[in-house]
Structures are given as structure tokens and as C-alpha cells.
Design a protein around this ligand. Sequence first.
Ligand code: SAM
Length: 267
Amino acid sequence: MLVYHLPGTFETREHHLDLLWEAGATGLEERRGLIRAYFNERVELPEDIRDGEWLEEAEQDWQAEFKRTLKPVQAGRVTIVAPWQRQEVPAGQLPLVIEPGMAFGTGHHATTRMAVEALGELDLTGKRVLDVGTGSGVLAIAAALLGAGWTLGVDIDPVTIPIARENAGVNGVTASHVRFEEGTLGLGDLDVLEDAPFDVLVANLYAELHDLLAGEYASHMVAGAPLILTGILTAKLPLVRSALEREDFTDVQVREDGEWALVTARR
Ligand code: SAM
């Protein structure tokens, strides 16, 4: 990649930018007091802009850089990795493979990590789990890998469903253990009521939505079932607490990571 480094900024050398374009630059960029002009070949430049320097730079492979900087995420008993990081899962940890960048839920967000951790603390053996707002499917797949009998992942955004199904396939989790559908709670046709009640309900949404859905959570769960809610900014915790109190949830517990909170409760 051929780059001409010209001292100055777009502002201080405004009048010289046209000269670079006219000389055949294919792109201009400003970085740390330097104008970088990209060329396909070395050319004779006009006198006013000859105070720069031609440099041959290595092609930056953004894809490789992204892959190098992405780290596996340990969430309790589970380690969430990208497909090329399977070898990096420590012995004794359950690998959960998620293709990054396709839908929310790579594990790198504190809320996803806390939710996977909380799922790992439950005995899910044979349980029916509902994941509301499944995104990449990460929580539903985690539940399946942690031994749940059957998990339903629903999302209001239909774009996420094939992505979640693909992620399930990558983890070897079959449709008999996890199903992904466009859906939500309390919205007519999209409601998952026909599959209710569930033994565990997990939802990574946001505080205001938890407040709206708290009654729906209650009506979709068996008595005494654990509820895991996240996507909650710590400043909004009072809203979620009062919604849970209103709907007679008990044993409300909170954990925090920076500005994010996760709430567990029972109904
Ligand atoms: N479960 C994943 C995780 O924990 O990383 C993704 C969570 S992401 C923060 C929230 C997801 O909820 C999005 O995919 C969004 O489309 C979905 N969503 C938003 N409102 C919803 C609703 N009312 N019902 C179902 N899904 C909803």
C-alpha cells in the first residue's frame, strides 16, 4: 500500500488537498498531525506539497486484527468463544461457541456474562427454560449445554432467529433441545403462552420492559421457578424491584458489574 505522508492537518493544508486529489490520490486521511494520501503508484507532485514523504506500508488486515483482540469470556462454568478459539477453552469449562458480530450476545457484554453465570448456578437438569430476547441465542444455548431438558428462545426481531439457530448448530445443540422462534410475551400471536409454563425464565432486555412484562413473567412460570433478569442499568434498579414486588416475586437478589445489574427472584 503506497501512502504519501504530508505534515499538517486538513485544516492547516486545506488549499493543498485539491492538489493531492489532482495528483491521483485515491483517499485522504488525517492522523496525529499528518495527512495520509493513498496512491496506486508514485507520481510527480507539485512543488507546494513536496515536503512530504512516500512510504510503502503493510496492508492492514482488519479481520485478523479483530480476531486477535477478541478474548474468550469466562462466565461461571461456561467459556464463551468465537469459532476459531475452541482450543482456548480451559479444561473443565463448558465451551459455548458464538459467531461474533451477527446479533447481540457474543458474551462480551457484562449482562450476557452475568446471565450465563446465573444460569450455571442453577440445576437445570431436565428443566424447561424460556429465554426472552434471545439475540444470538447465547443464553438459550447456554441453558441447553448446562443440561436443560428443553429451551425456547424468542425474540421480537425476526432477523435474530436464523442466527440463533445457526449458533445452536455450531454448538451441536439440536432442535429437540432448543427451539428459536420470533416471539415475545403478552402480544397476541407472538406470545409463547402455548409452551408455558416454564421452570426457569431468563431475559436480557431493559428495566422499563421488565417493568411492563413482570406480570407476564409471572404468568409464564411454574410456582417457585427462578427468574433471571438483566440488561438493567444500576440506576434503574428501583423500577425493576418495585415491578417484582408488585407481582409478588420473592427472594429478590441483585448482582452488579459496573453500571449493569442482574436481578434474580422467585415466583
Ligand atoms: N439474550 C442475548 C444476550 O443475553 O446477550 C441478547 C440480549 S439483547 C440485549 C436484547 C434482545 O431482545 C434483542 O435481540 C432484541 O431484539 C430483543 N427484544 C427487545 N424487545 C423485545 C421484546 N419485547 N420481546 C422479545 N424480544 C425483545
